[in-house]
Write a protein that binds this ligand. Structure first.
Ligand SMILES: Cc1cc2nc3c(=O)[nH]c(=O)nc-3n(C[C@H](O)[C@H](O)[C@H](O)COP(=O)(O)O)c2cc1C
Length: 183
């Protein structure tokens, strides 16, 4: 059993999502005492405060997965210069009822990939605002803004040679961040 279990939250439901590919590839750069699990968010209800006293099983499952993790990795697409609705919905669901915010205190990392030149910079900035309110210590540097380009991934789905050192450096910093802030 790995010492550090990380919940990976991917803000795209698309089958061929670049963000899922990025998530699959970057976790291979982590040391053996870290393990990563992509959490399911496509079956969550649309958040409705009326449900706070009777949360859906899928919401309870997500909250338990977050609470039992030592850190969170958000992998966000950029939708209309912000995060996707499905990602915000997952965040809102697990943040409630008031006083039972599952995200609180969990060390977080934020990365993302888009087809635009700013590589999810605006989405990540919006996400950081949300995570600050949710009381999540979030790794500030290095920032990772990736534009989807040929050669980013090799044929086996690993990070291609050109970007590997950059992403390895990010992972090393993220690992140290989680170790510092995990309870
Ligand atoms: C509703 C919508 C809004 C988008 N807005 C942006 C945007 O603001 N900036 C950007 O770089 N790409 C934008 N895109 C393009 C995405 O970068 C692209 O669809 C990308 O593949 C999404 O990530 P995914 O591959 O993980 O699904 C948008 C796509 C959609 C569907």
């Amino acid at each position: 059993m790995s010492k550090y279990q990380i919940a990976v939250v991917i803000g795209s439901l698309r089958k061929d999502s670049f963000n899922r590919k990025l998530a699959d590839a970057i976790v291979k750069l982590a040391p053996p005492d870290f393990s990563f699990k992509q959490v399911q968010i496509n079956d969550l209800p649309l958040y409705n405060q009326d449900d706070d006293a009777n949360q859906a099983e899928s919401v309870k499952r997500l909250k338990n997965e977050i609470k039992s993790s030592q850190g969170i990795l958000f992998v966000t697409p950029e939708y209309n210069r912000s995060i996707s609705g499905v990602l915000k919905n997952a965040i809102d669901n697990a943040s409630r009822p008031y006083g039972q915010n599952a995200w609180a205190g969990k060390p977080a990392g934020v990365i993302g990939i888009s087809i635009g030149v700013i590589g999810t910079a605006m989405a990540q900035q919006h996400l950081r605002n949300v995570l600050a309110f949710l009381d999540m210590p979030t790794l500030g540097q290095p920032e990772i803004f990736i534009q989807a380009k040929d050669g980013l991934f090799d044929e086996a789905g690993n990070i291609g040679a050109e970007s590997k050192q950059f992403l390895q450096n990010w992972m090393d910093r993220y690992v140290a961040w989680v170790k510092k802030h995990a309870d």
